[in-house]
Design a protein around this ligand. Structure first.
Ligand code: HEC
Length: 449
């Protein structure tokens, strides 16, 4: 039963990996998104798209990492040529694609590019709006915009892999599917995980991944799972298109169990999307791990937020309801360095933020904010803070409940959560400590209103 699918000492040639993993950092801009696998996003140059050059460039820079040919990461159509923008839209054939483009780049609730990617600049939004308002005419000349894929590399070479035991085949008629598989990880030699590097196999259907640690073993065979997450699962990593691999600070690493009787139980929750109803699409995406000899500090994950709330059946103001939880840092977890946050709610979550207000009156520090939370784009956010005794950590979760029923904390798809999973070091080793303690309510955890 031990680590059946862990390729030990896996030597991955540079070419198979994200290009950037071998040659150091790429010249990509900081907020750019892009698929990581080879040239999955498609590279096109020289040929005329038929689009005016400014429009063509905006689409090349911001949209074609997903809206390529074939479309990637669950996006429904390519946005490469004038003809493709004149076609009837996939979801509403009474409209043309360019009309939906204008609508979605201005859509405050469901913008394109999707969260967690950066919104289009005001100037770019205006350029597209002007073009659409003038009837979306052809452009005269050849623009030669090149759609570059922007590999987001890591500085290390993966040596282990968390992979499913078999491929998942996406049913043709399932628009969305949540699929779980588990891997037990232990190693003879003490080692630390220093980076998590998602390797997306089928970029056409893979929409989003969340990696958890579970208290017990989960089958390695990909199996449909709830779209929620178990209350006892602790989130380690979130990946959505455009999110970089997570590399830990050089002084910290996640310890790997050296006790084969007590391996770490990882669970990957894959979110697949098949809006085009493609037949026979299979996926075997995995998460590669860089490892090293134990580093100075052990890293760990804890959760801020709450486990005790009920969202009323009919909250006011369009179904909006929020909780605001405050935790005064006890001396037991002072002097912790916080370096990554993964806000986590379920499907009716709309916004989430965590902040730290220093006791000594310094400026408020952001510990992970998603003003437009989406269950389908959960991702880790880089943060940088050190806790001091008496600091106040506040987590706000907002939901829109139009279900007509009260919604409680829990693990079913219809339940909700408010956890801001936070990576920190050095690991708290007290035997009475649990990762959920800060979210467990008084006397140890936060008080919510
Ligand atoms: C990270 C991947 C990604 C990027 C980048 C991206 N999209 Fe999308 N797009 C999607 C996905 C996935 C969907 C389907 C889900 C949805 O509608 O929200 C979609 C849907 C759309 C739709 C709706 C199509 C329909 O028929 O309903 C439009 C229009 C669109 N995108 C335009 C754009 C534009 C314009 C850009 C760039 C400014 C862009 N997208 C960037 C992934 C992406």
């Amino acid at each position: 039963m031990l680590r059946p699918s862990i390729a030990l000492g896996l030597a991955i040639p540079c070419v198979l990996l994200l290009a950037g993993a071998c040659g150091g950092s790429s010249s990509a801009g900081p907020s750019k998104s892009g698929p990581r696998d080879g040239d999955a996003g498609g590279t096109q140059s020289g040929l005329s798209s038929g689009l005016p050059c400014d429009v063509d460039k905006i689409l090349a820079d911001n949209c074609r990492s997903c809206h390529a040919a074939p479309p990637q990461f669950g996006s429904p159509m390519p946005l490469l040529t004038w003809d493709q923008l004149q076609a009837p839209a996939a979801t509403d054939p009474s409209k043309k694609v360019y009309e939906l483009v204008a609508a979605r780049i201005a859509d405050e609730a469901k913008p394109m590019p999707p969260v967690p990617n950066a919104r289009l600049s005001e100037a770019n939004r205006q350029a597209i709006a002007d073009w659409v308002a003038s009837g979306a005419p052809r452009g005269p000349e050849t623009c030669g915009n090149t759609t570059t894929t922007r590999p987001d590399g890591v500085s290390c070479t993966p040596s282990l892999s968390l992979a499913p035991e078999s491929e998942w085949e996406m049913p043709e008629d399932a628009g969305d599917e949540y699929v779980c598989w588990g891997v037990d990880l232990s190693q003879e030699q003490a080692a630390h995980i220093t980076a998590f590097v998602p390797v997306i196999d089928n970029t056409e259907i893979t929409h989003h991944i969340v990696l958890y640690e579970a208290p017990s073993k989960v089958s390695g065979v990909p199996t449909p799972c709830s779209a929620g997450s178990a209350v006892t699962w602790r989130m380690v990593l979130g990946w959505a298109p455009g999110v970089k691999p997570l590399e830990l600070p050089p002084e910290a690493g996640f310890p790997i169990s050296t006790d084969p009787a007590k391996p770490t139980h990882y669970v990957a929750q894959m979110h697949y999307s098949n809006p085009q109803k493609l037949k026979g699409k299979k996926d075997k995406s995995r998460i590669d791990l860089c490892t090293s000899a134990p580093r100075q500090y052990e890293a760990d994950v804890m959760a801020f937020g709450s486990q005790d709330f009920t969202i009323p059946a009919a909250p006011g103001q369009g179904g909006q309801y929020s909780i605001d939880c405050a935790l005064t840092v006890p001396s037991a977890f002072a002097n912790l360095h916080l370096f990554a946050a993964m806000p986590h709610m379920h499907k009716i979550g709309v916004a989430m933020s965590t902040t730290l207000t220093p006791k000594d009156g310094g400026p408020e520090v952001d510990l992970g904010t998603m003003p437009l939370y989406s269950f389908d784009a959960q991702a880790w956010l880089p943060i940088n803070a050190t806790t001091k005794s008496g600091d106040v950590i506040r987590t706000k979760c907002s939901w829109t409940n139009n279900t007509g029923e009260p919604v409680r904390f829990g693990e079913k798809t219809a339940d909700e959560m408010c956890y801001s999973f936070t990576m920190y070091y050095p690991r708290i080793k007290s035997s009475i400590w649990s990762w959920a303690a800060p979210a467990s309510g008084p006397p140890i955890g936060a008080t919510c209103k």
